[in-house]
Write a new protein. Structure first.
Length: 436
């Protein structure tokens, strides 16, 4: 098992800034708004030759219901697994009753705890650190996470608490991103697939802020599940936390191999669902359309699939699955659909097979003439996978208009048996090929 280091504290003390500082990149969203981190984030960090998994948690606040209770529950679960804990407090603001409440939560794990008194950017402020000894923890470090001051001394002490072992990084496998509008059930689906409450779920729209990556093995196949923030229409996105959340969701889409476009089965496809589907299609991503909340749908599966196929016609290669995430229904079918998409998305064909398929299409319907001259195809080959990318070498690339390209791709997918994934067509002239 990898060493785990947990960062805890009340909201807005700089936990995510310290997390980013230690791992050396901007991974967690940082804002001057309390409660930005809600799910916990993990990343591998190292210091002085020791590697460990660093875990950033949501800010702890009083409350027996809703998100605050969920965050506290997650922290309590993680404390049991942690090898060390960094308790972050705000040195500028001073000791607060909420810091004392968090400290009481940490007392059973006292030997694991290091207190990071944050936001002490100026030497004159360091005297503020001493009041935090009242919390009852022995190791206390004045730091400025934003500027890196004192973080090295904190980490020197931290690694002394960690046993000598290396982090075993699991293979990423199929990177599977869940995208969709807010509150369509993306986090519930991730939890249902994992069969655990890994991602915080709340009726409050927009609970997920960061893109949360979770390794997962299904019958020997390795996955990395990526739960993302719900993406609203651009006109509705405010600058700040939500702006960065949407940016992370789109980056997650770019990194993904397969995208699960989650729609609300009680509403059917919306304009924003089409927009998100278009993003996946233009990026040539493997895709599964997930109609969640099927228990609330006014349509049968057959009726809803017809509606989806009509509205999301440009994703004609994407399998449609129906789920009720809150009951765990349809998750096995979802994963099986993802595996079929992956198989087609990574399919490699011999050049001879590609050329036979291309010649068959050309006999059925040759490309348009160019300025009265015949458009010829010299040869074709598959350049790459993810997506399968076929290059056609021709004398007149400009003759290949959009309508003919669509026809050609559709027939090529049929002949190459790429049913569940997009296929990318690249048309080049001979001079382009030589330059390439």
């Amino acid at each position: 098992m990898a060493n785990r280091v947990l960062i805890v504290g009340r909201p807005n003390v700089g936990k995510s800034t310290l997390f980013n500082r230690i791992i050396g990149k901007r991974y967690a969203i940082v804002e001057d708004e309390p409660g930005v981190t809600r799910d916990y984030l993990e990343a591998v960090a190292d210091w002085a030759g020791k590697e460990f998994v660093l875990v950033d948690t949501g800010g702890l606040v009083p409350g027996k219901e809703g998100l605050s209770a969920e965050i506290k529950k997650k922290v309590e679960e993680e404390l049991k697994k942690a090898d060390a804990v960094i308790f972050v407090v705000d040195g500028r603001e001073g000791l607060t009753p909420l810091d004392e409440e968090v400290a009481r939560l940490l007392y059973p794990y006292k030997d694991k705890v290091l207190v990071a008194v944050n936001k002490l950017d100026d030497v004159s402020l360091e005297k503020n650190a001493s009041e935090f000894y009242a919390l009852g923890f022995e190791k206390l470090f004045p730091v400025s996470a934003q500027h890196g001051k004192g973080v090295g001394e904190l980490l020197d002490e931290l690694v002394k608490k960690l046993p000598e072992e290396k982090v075993e990084k699991p293979p990423e496998g199929i990177k599977l991103a869940f995208i969709g509008r807010p509150n369509v059930g993306k986090s519930s689906l991730v939890n249902a697939i994992l069969n655990e409450s890994r991602v915080i779920v709340s009726p409050e729209a927009g609970t997920t802020r960061d893109a949360v990556e979770v390794p997962f093995n299904y019958e020997g196949q390795q996955f990395t599940l990526v739960d993302t923030a719900g993406v609203r229409r651009p006109s509705e996105v405010e600058y700040g936390t939500e702006f960065f959340s949407v940016g992370r969701s789109l980056k997650a889409l770019d990194r993904a191999d397969v995208v699960c476009l989650v729609i609300d089965a009680s509403e059917g496809p919306t304009r924003q669902d089409k927009r998100l589907g278009g993003l996946a299609e233009r990026r040539y991503k493997g895709c599964v359309i997930v109609a969640n909340k099927m228990d609330l749908s006014p349509w049968s599966k057959e009726e809803l699939e017809q509606i989806i196929r009509k509205e999301l016609f440009f994703l004609d290669y994407a399998p449609v699955v129906f789920t009720v995430a809150t009951e765990g229904k349809g998750t096995r079918e979802l994963i099986e659909a993802v595996k079929r998409v992956w198989e087609d998305y990574t399919r490699q064909h011999k050049t001879s097979f590609i050329n036979r398929a291309v010649q068959k299409i050309l006999k059925e319907k040759p490309p348009p003439r160019y300025r009265g001259k015949e458009t010829k195809v010299y040869y074709a080959f598959q350049e790459s996978t993810k997506p399968p990318t076929v290059v056609v070498i021709t004398n007149y690339p400009d003759a290949w208009k959009e309508s003919y390209r669509r026809f050609f791709i559709k027939r090529l997918r049929e002949l190459l048996n790429v049913k569940n994934a997009p296929l990318k067509l690249v048309v080049k002239g001979r001079e382009d090929e030589k330059r390439g």
